[in-house]
Write a protein that binds this ligand. Structure first.
Ligand code: NAP
Length: 333
């Protein structure tokens, strides 16, 4: 499979390297980025061609499938072009920056009649989250009652806004909640309490996000993007007869001088490196069979709609009103 990659920034470059060296059955065949120098450098490193426009990648007959890793506000239009060209596409999150634009993609793919689009919610491929899901699905802890989540980043760039803590960070917990529980989120309340003295001016950090599902499960998320000590993502799912916990995976514990130290991942790239490879490998394996699975455009739409409700909340309970789910997406999220 020749993969055409649109966007060769942080994650696009990493995906190209993974396709070139860690994923079997595919290679990066063509790339495009508005930064032609950046695109040229990574293309030369992996032997891919460079196109002059994003749409040239989609229209290239030598490109079997497209990976979109450009900024979020470019995604919906590019995904629509892939659907029109009947070309499979893995689109990094978000599917779109507004729920209205995401819904247009849902309607376009539903009208097309078969799935072509996978959305890049890679936590679904993380071995730790898969273990939590498998414990819940096995019935060992009974039915899910509550989910507690922690999402901490050491720091964020000065351009990172309060809204982005919800649309770029908490959106992963939003997707994990829907996927783990197989339930939709129907309401949210976002509270900002005492703020970190280390947060940039105007950035509300940390915050507590409460999500309510259609089955009444309560989910709390601590989002704290100036935690300084490392990248730390955890959760505990509380069932009727037990709990299952996802801790920060750790190796190389050092015990010395009367103490014990465990390293913490410095960033999300390192924490989820295996999940990204497994996500791409599963996508490519599906392409070889002519099947698209994984997170769907419905999942992308629902996540954006919940993130929008989080932005509107500002301390008050805000409901999430989703459109009717087309039959193409009636199976599990
Ligand atoms: P980034 O480093 O800014 O890279 C984006 C690249 O796309 C830049 O080189 C940018 O060039 C280029 N670009 C801008 N407009 C373009 C266009 N119209 N067509 C093609 N390329 C264009 O951003 P990133 O961190 O890689 O994030 C990219 C996407 O991946 C975002 O949607 C982000 O939310 C998502 N992401 C997902 C995860 C995950 O865990 N799943 C993690 C990180 C990022 P300029 O810099 O010149 O504008």
């Amino acid at each position: 499979m020749n993969i055409g990659v649109i966007g060769t920034g942080n994650i696009g470059t990493e995906h190209i390297r993974r396709l070139a060296g860690h994923v079997s059955g595919a290679r990066p065949g063509a790339v495009f980025d508005v930064d032609t120098e950046r695109a040229g450098a990574i293309a030369a490193a992996v032997g891919a061609s460079v196109h002059r426009e994003a749409h040239d990648v989609i229209d290239d007959p030598a490109v079997d499938a497209v990976l979109i890793a450009s900024p979020g506000d470019t995604h919906a239009e590019l995904v629509l072009a892939c659907i029109a060209a009947d070309k499979p596409v893995l689109c990094e999150k978000p599917l779109a920056t507004t729920s209205g634009a995401a819904l247009k993609v849902v309607e376009a793919e539903a009208a097309h009649g078969r799935r072509l689009v996978q959305v890049g919610f890679m936590r679904r491929y993380d071995p730790g989250y898969l273990q939590v899901k498998s414990v819940l699905d096995s019935g060992q802890i009974g039915e899910a009652l509550m989910l507690h989540c922690v999402h901490r980043n050491p720091s964020v760039p000065p351009t990172f806004t309060t809204d982005m803590t919800l649309t770029d960070s908490v959106v992963h917990e939003i997707d994990v909640t829907r996927w783990l529980l197989d339930q939709e989120i129907v309401a949210t309340t976002v509270l900002g309490g005492r703020q970190s003295p280390l947060a940039a001016d105007g950035l509300r950090d940390p915050k507590l996000v409460l999500l309510e599902t259609d089955a009444g499960v309560l989910v709390d998320v601590e989002i704290f993007v100036n935690a300084r000590y490392g990248y730390d993502v955890r959760c505990e799912l509380v069932g009727a007869t037990g709990t299952v916990t996802l801790d920060t995976p750790s190796t190389g514990t050092v015990t010395r001088n009367g103490g014990r130290a465990q390293p913490i991942h410095p960033d999300w790239q390192e924490r989820f490196s295996q999940a990204y490879v497994d996500e791409l490998q599963a996508w490519v394996a599906g392409l070889a069979r002519g099947v698209t699975g994984g997170p769907s455009v419905w999942d992308g739409y629902a996540a954006t709609a919940v993130a929008e409700a989080c932005i509107s909340s500002r301390g008050t309970r805000t409901t999430v009103d989703l459109a009717d789910r087309p039959s193409l997406y009636r199976s599990t999220p």
